[in-house]
Write a protein of this length. Structure first.
Length: 348
């Protein structure tokens, strides 16, 4: 795995929003965070800069990589995490809780958490603090496809044969699409065998991760693929003719991203991680996260979706009310066996 490091530096004197004697003073302290490894890290970087201004000597280093790979590294280190915190989706949180490597976040220590919409905290399973959300929809090349699908079943239209992309289920995107496929065809979300067989019918081109799938779409190696709305927006920002469908059955699929804190970190880390999450929930940071080019979905009440973001993010109250999630507590434990079955199916 190739890791990308981004260090956020700060040197302006400030005061802590969550003052505590446990927070390190006048000392060098590097917080290491699992992020995205691309432009999506920019809101995290901005929050890290604010944290550094409040606490001179504190820096944030963001390492891009899959949460599942990070958990494997922590497991190999016997619980002594090389990381302090991460931004994680619901399925990764389920797996991390099973590994007993998370120190639950206390939302009462995060003042701005009181403004989070009620739908989001339950999907952190008592372990994290929601900060944004991403949607799973269908991205397509508008120069090639005149009539994009409106349902998951429409991907099986013969007109798309041989030009459909699919993400490996090691990613939350790939695993979530398999669950959504089963549900779309009247099967339980947990019926991964059914979903894999349905996708075998499409003979898709496989991308290891969402960014790689995005690149395949940009290079015209594929014409259509399930994709995070954020990756789609990034491709469109590059001037490419990429459209996006917010699939409506049963409603736009969304996955919250939460700040989580790993166990066995240095003294004072817990307070800094909570303060970082509080900064991410400030209206200014939410608006920045929801702006071009990534258009993260915002979780704080009163932060409106911009007109520019509306092609990607549920914007109206009706769309937001229709948002749905998946039964990740049942689906996430199936990841390992599903990845093995998927890799056997597409080996060679």
């Amino acid at each position: 795995m190739q890791l990308k490091r981004r260090t956020v530096l700060g040197g302006l004197i400030g005061t802590a929003a969550l003052a505590s004697p446990a927070i390190l003073r006048a000392q060098t302290r590097e917080l290491v965070m699992i992020g995205y490894g691309n432009e999506q890290d920019n809101p995290l970087i901005r929050a890290g800069e604010e944290l550094s201004r409040r606490h001179p000597g504190v820096t944030l280093t963001i390492i891009g990589g899959l949460s599942t790979e990070a958990l494997a590294q922590i497991r190999a280190a016997r619980g002594n995490s090389p990381y302090d915190m991460a931004v994680m989706g619901s399925p990764a949180i389920v797996n991390a809780l099973a590994e007993d490597v998370l120190e639950p976040m206390d939302l009462s220590l995060i003042p701005n958490a009181a403004n989070i919409e009620a739908r989001f905290p339950p999907l952190s399973y008592g372990a994290g603090c929601p900060i944004t959300f991403e949607g799973i929809g269908i991205a397509y090349n508008m120069d090639v496809i005149d009539s994009p699908p409106t349902t998951w079943q429409d991907l099986w239209d013969p007109a798309f044969a041989g030009r459909v992309g699919m993400c490996r289920p090691q990613s939350n995107l790939g695993l979530g699409v398999l669950a959504a496929t089963s549900e779309a065809f009247g099967q339980p979300q947990t019926d991964m065998a059914f979903a894999l067989e349905k996708w075998r019918e499409l003979d898709p081109l496989v991308g290891r991760s969402p960014p790689l799938l995005q690149q395949m779409l940009e290079r015209s190696e594929i014409d259509i693929t399930p994709l995070w709305h954020v990756n789609t927006a990034l491709a469109t920002a590059a001037g490419l003719p990429i459209g996006y469908v917010k699939v409506q059955d049963p409603g736009p699929l969304m996955l919250p991203s939460s700040v989580v804190h790993f166990v066995n970190t240095a003294d004072g880390t817990r307070e800094l991680v909570h303060e970082f999450a509080d900064i991410m929930l400030q209206p200014e940071l939410q608006e920045f996260a929801g702006s071009a080019p990534f258009y993260f979905g915002t979780v704080v009440e009163g932060v409106e979706t911009s007109e520019a973001a509306s092609p990607y993010v549920p914007a109206t109250q009706e769309e937001r009310d229709a948002m749905s999630s998946l039964a990740w507590q049942d689906i996430a434990p199936l990841r390992g066996e599903t990845v093995e079955a998927f890799d056997r199916m597409y080996a060679g």
